[in-house]
Design a protein around this ligand. Structure first.
Ligand code: PGA
Length: 255
């Protein structure tokens, strides 16, 4: 089974509205002469979704995603943003990012609920999982990943797994410049596929796209992509620099 590679740029809250729109335009320009065979998604802040999606409307190479949604479809939640409000602008949405989990005390069950909401509205969830530094030190990574995947699979139908992307992001690797060895990442991807295969079947596990995130750069991406079972990257810091992001896209496609 050949899985289409996927590169996701997570712009977090790093740029002004103006800078986000400019970044979208620059990326479009830089990608003009690049053959893009992977899925490429950029995730700006909520207020910039309409303008970035308008700027990329004519682009066949770049898609737009959101960085999270609220767990309720609608209601009296001051300051929150629902799936119904991002729908016109996105085809993708990150859920369960460790920064959101920390900020909003989001549990695995809430993240699972968000996955259902997104799928109901035809948006592809990018489901983030990963262990903390303390969990890694306590050699509890396997347990943590197993629990997080099992929560996702608990109520999921087989078809859900054909529509979800998993992003494995060790929390300690995010924004730190540190990464796990690529063979450790490959082993975690294998663990995830094994759990999915046991719950459903090997075919669905084989179809599932799993990407790596955490301090991905043009310098280290090749080593991850050289491993089997790593289908691309969720990129934070390097996604803010068009040339670096495009370099990562090229490396992902070369593998
Ligand atoms: P980073 O962020 O690439 O800056 O480590 C990745 C992420 O948080 O998704």
């Amino acid at each position: 089974m050949t899985r289409t590679p996927l590169v996701v740029g997570n712009w977090k809250m790093e740029l002004s509205h103006k800078a986000e729109v400019e970044l979208a335009r620059s990326l479009k320009t830089v990608l003009k002469n690049v053959t893009v065979t992977s899925d490429v998604v950029v995730c700006p802040s909520f207020p910039s979704l309409p303008a970035v999606s308008a700027a990329l409307k004519s682009s066949e190479k770049l898609m737009v995603g959101a960085q999270t949604i609220h767990a309720a479809e609608k209601g009296a939640w001051t300051g929150a943003v629902s799936v119904l409000q991002i729908m016109p602008f996105v085809r993708w949405c990150i859920v369960g990012h460790s920064e959101q989990r920390a900020l909003t005390h989001e549990t695995d069950a809430m993240v699972q609920h968000k996955v259902d909401l997104l799928l109901k509205h035809g948006i592809t969830p990018i489901f983030c999982i990963g262990e903390s530094a303390a969990e890694r030190a306590a050699e509890a990574t396997t347990q943590k990943i197993t629990n997080q995947i099992q929560t996702l699979l608990h109520k999921a139908a087989r078809t859900t797994l054909t529509k979800v992307v998993i992003a494995y992001e060790p929390i300690w690797a995010i924004g730190s410049g540190q990464t796990p060895d690529s063979n450790e990442v490959a082993a975690t991807m294998l663990l995830i596929r094994k759990i999915v295969a046991e719950r459903f079947d090997p075919e669905i596990a084989d179809r599932l796209r799993i990407i790596y995130g955490g301090s991905v750069s043009p310098q280290n991406i090749q080593q991850f992509m050289a491993e089997p079972g790593i289908d691309g990257a969720l990129v934070g810091g390097a996604a803010l620099h068009p040339l670096q992001f495009v370099e990562i896209i090229r490396s992902v496609q070369k593998s």
